[in-house]
Write a protein that binds this ligand. Structure first.
Ligand code: LLP
Length: 414
């Protein structure tokens, strides 16, 4: 699934760097990303959008490493953020505030002030209460906040229930029927400027039809607003395009976008998208070493040095990530690939065929999205290092955390 991963004479290599060399230089577990793969993924969005006026706002939550953000900033991407922390990261990485959209149901006043001060492109407002608070915060600062309403189009994205967000019964966005009333309210508030509309129906979408249904509903609303004299500058169709982890067959970006773009032909609004996973998921892997092999009566275990705290997706969603040997051995057995954390749910893969010995390296694939960003320090495990490979160069973009950093803000009782 990672386009720049190849098998060379010294085992697996990402671009032109042997994974064994990365392990030797930086230890394990380490997240390794390919700059060429990130760039190609972004370029496939740009190519599919062609000459259309459109902004691709990379969803920072998928992978917030400064190295990754700086790569997208250089490519001209915008950013979709969900916290003040993500905004700080984007700016630290060289992203420009005027390409930032701010999503999320729980923005607090301090985050609103920070984003207004920075001059972001748009707040994606998710409730009536948030709209009122933003108006107050902006008024107190003597500023005008650009807003978009995240409208919940009530379509079923047919994905994992934990990551589907566009159905009526979940917490995201404002109900379709409520949107018109809220837009009128926003238009009447002098500290708000109605800039756009947005929606996001879910993640890891493998079928374009629900997104098209959502886009058409949104467009209907845009035209009703225009009829009332509320003209929008942009339409943001969110993120969600899925990737291949195992045998999924997500549409290519161009095939996903073609039907979505058709209804917008000849319209004057700028289009925006908020892809996360499809830009980084298959640009990264988690490099880990086998500590022990533990043959069992019913199952064999490969105990690795990465765990659920490093990559939560298997434990959390029962998600599949391919696991491959960096340098495979001839004799193959089936293993439960588990980490050192004290939970039975601490597995990265179940029942996997591997030709390995203790001490060997494994690569957990498709780990570029929602890997490091969802990691934790459970069991006082310092978080992994992160490396970006660019051709024959490996750049350490995050040093491995130390245990002292973990408790730096703590105190024993006096
Ligand atoms: N925009 C909004 C408003 C979102 O909520 C999300 C993702 C995105 C954009 C980016 O979606 P993407 O293109 O990455 O699908 N932790 C889960 C995924 C959670 C996605 C949450 N929202 C996982 O590991 O599968």
């Amino acid at each position: 699934p990672i386009p720049t991963l190849r098998r060379g004479p010294r085992g697996l290599a990402l671009e032109n760097v042997d994974l064994a060399d990365i392990a030797a230089a930086h230890g394990t577990p380490t997240y390794v990303y390919s700059l060429a793969a990130l760039t190609a993924a972004y370029q496939s969005w740009r190519d599919a959008l062609g000459e259309r006026r459109a902004l691709v706002c990379y969803a920072v939550k998928a992978n917030a490493n400064l190295g990754v953000l700086s790569a997208f900033a250089r490519l001209g991407a915008g950013f979709d953020i969900v916290s003040g922390g993500e905004l700080t990261r984007v700016l630290a990485a060289g992203g420009s505030a005027d390409k930032v959209v701010f999503s999320g149901v729980g923005k607090n006043a301090a985050e609103m002030r920070q984003a207004l001060e920075a001059g972001i492109r748009c707040f994606n407002v998710e409730s009536a209460a948030e709209l009122e608070r933003l108006a107050e915060v902006a008024a107190a600062m003597g500023k005008v906040a650009p807003i978009s309403l995240r409208v919940n189009p009530d379509v079923d994205p047919k994905t994992h229930p934990y990551i589907s967000t566009g159905l009526r019964n979940n917490k995201f966005g404002v109900a379709f029927d409520e949107a018109l009333i809220l837009y009128r309210r926003a238009a009447a508030l002098p500290s708000l400027r109605v800039a756009g509309i947005d929606c996001h129906i879910g993640s890891q979408l493998l079928d374009g039809a629900p997104a098209l249904e959502a886009a058409e509903k949104i467009l209907g609303l845009v035209d009703r607003l225009a009829a009332e004299g509320i003209e929008l500058e942009h339409i943001d169709l969110g993120g969600g395009l899925g990737i291949r982890y195992r045998d999924e067959e997500p549409p290519a970006v161009a095939d996903y976008l073609a039907p979505l773009l058709a209804p917008f032909d000849g319209r004057r609004e700028e289009l925006m998208f908020e892809p996360g996973r499809s830009l980084v998921g298959n640009a990264g892997l988690l490099l880990t070493r086998i500590e022990y092999l533990k043959p069992g009566v019913e199952k064999n275990f490969a105990v690795i040095d990465a765990a659920m705290n490093d990559l939560a997706r298997p434990a959390l969603y029962d998600a599949w990530h391919d696991i491959v040997e960096v340098a495979p051995r001839a004799s193959v057995r089936r293993y439960e690939v588990v980490g050192p954390v004290c939970e039975s749910g601490d597995f990265l893969g179940r029942d996997r065929s591997l030709g390995v010995e203790a001490g060997d390296l494994l690569a957990v694939l498709s780990a570029g999205a929602y890997g490091m960003t969802m990691s934790s320090n459970y069991n006082s495990r310092p978080r992994a290092a992160e490396v970006i490979v660019d051709g024959a160069h490996a750049h350490l973009v995050r040093a491995r955390e130390t245990v002292e950093q973990l408790y730096a803000g703590e105190q024993p009782l006096a």
